[in-house]
Design a protein around this ligand. Structure first.
Ligand code: OGA
Ligand code: MN
Length: 334
């Protein structure tokens, strides 16, 4: 039985479809993968304490990475509602240098929610940000993001745009590169909450086989330097490894006393109950981006630009099963 599972779970046994690239093949493999089986043996788990030393898939690829602890004060971490800086753990990947789900039908508006944008609002059709489609970036999220960026060596990072992706257990996010921001020398920060996901990080080209890794609740991924423009995707959302329901990290109460200059504010019990019950069966991913370089403005658009084909690249937000590649399409049955 175990042998069967191992055989079924091997990527190598999956036949390549005609014309299929390595990324797509793995995307298909993880889309149909099952938690608790050999399917997930090749997925790096950063939260496994032994990831950097053991014999799991992380052993060869994961390296412990240094944060600039001196760039973030304990007080600012506390103000941002983060764990003490001394508890932060960072990992890198070698070769990526730094510098049966039942069909689900939405009933409520909350269940239909796929994405929200903040700051410079991303236009899914033109794939552009613009000066005239802007609302102030939430100051608490900006402060939090800037502390995290500083710890990674980006002291002048400015949080200007955010995309929140809302995933149900059958949602996927198609293969894409985030290239709409005008300054790619700045990192892209990705925060995950609620249920877990398999994240595939590929190369500059689609045909490069990706590395699979878990993103659990509370994990923060930084895509910067060479990794900023790599292909990536989310083929699978799966229950958090602690078991049913809300991950423990989301149940931790706020400190009884908050600093006078705290950036976080307690929300009402009613509001938190809505979030908590949503996150028991969903994953929320928030990406935070700097759009413009320091002192840069949005370029004036040449008239012809407006007519350019906008449908060539499959930029994606989470979609339901069987429609993972194109963004902005929501399965009408679900
Ligand atoms: C994105 C993205 C990854 C994730 O929003 O561009 O790649 O983990 N999100 O949801
Ligand atoms: Mn992305």
């Amino acid at each position: 039985m175990r042998k069967m599972a191992a055989a079924v779970g091997s990527v190598a046994t999956l036949a390549t479809e005609p014309g299929e690239d390595a990324f797509r093949k793995l995307f298909r493999f993880y889309r149909q993968s099952w938690p608790g089986t050999a399917d997930l043996e090749g997925v790096i788990d950063f939260s496994a304490a032994h990831a950097a030393r053991g014999t799991g898939p992380g052993a060869q690829k994961v390296i412990k990475s240094q944060l600039n602890m001196s760039s973030v004060s304990e007080h600012n971490a506390y103000r941002a509602g983060l764990q003490p800086v001394s508890k932060w753990q960072a990992y890198g990947l070698k070769g990526y240098p730094y510098k049966e789900v039942t069909k689900w039908r939405p009933r409520s508006l909350l269940e239909k929610l796929r994405w929200v944008t903040v700051g410079y609002h991303y236009n899914w059709d033109s794939k552009k940000y613009s000066a005239d489609h802007y609302t102030p970036f939430p100051s608490d999220l900006a402060f939090l993001s800037e502390q995290v960026a500083a710890a990674c060596g980006f002291e002048d990072f400015r949080a200007e745009a955010g995309i929140l992706n809302y995933y149900r257990l059958d949602s996927t996010l198609g293969i894409h590169v985030d290239r709409s921001e005008l300054d790619h020398s700045k990192p892209l920060l990705s925060f995950s909450f609620g249920q877990s996901a398999i994240f595939l990080l590929g190369g500059l080209q689609r045909d490069e086989a990706p590395t699979a890794m878990f993103m659990h609740s509370g994990d923060i991924m930084i895509m910067s330097g060479f990794s900023r423009l790599l292909n990536h995707a989310v083929p699978r959302v799966l229950p958090n490894p602690e078991g049913e329901g809300l991950p423990h990290c989301l149940e931790a109460p706020l400190p009884a006393v908050l600093p006078r200059d705290s950036m976080i504010e307690p929300c009402s019990m009613e509001d938190w109950q809505v979030c908590a019950s949503y996150l028991k069966t969903a994953r929320v991913n928030m990406t935070v981006r700097q759009v413009l370089a320091t002192d840069q403005n949005f370029p004036l658009e040449p008239i012809e630009d407006k007519k350019r084909d906008i449908s060539t690249e499959g930029f994606c937000h989470p979609d339901d099963q069987n429609s993972e590649v194109k963004r902005a399409r929501i399965n009408p049955d679900s």
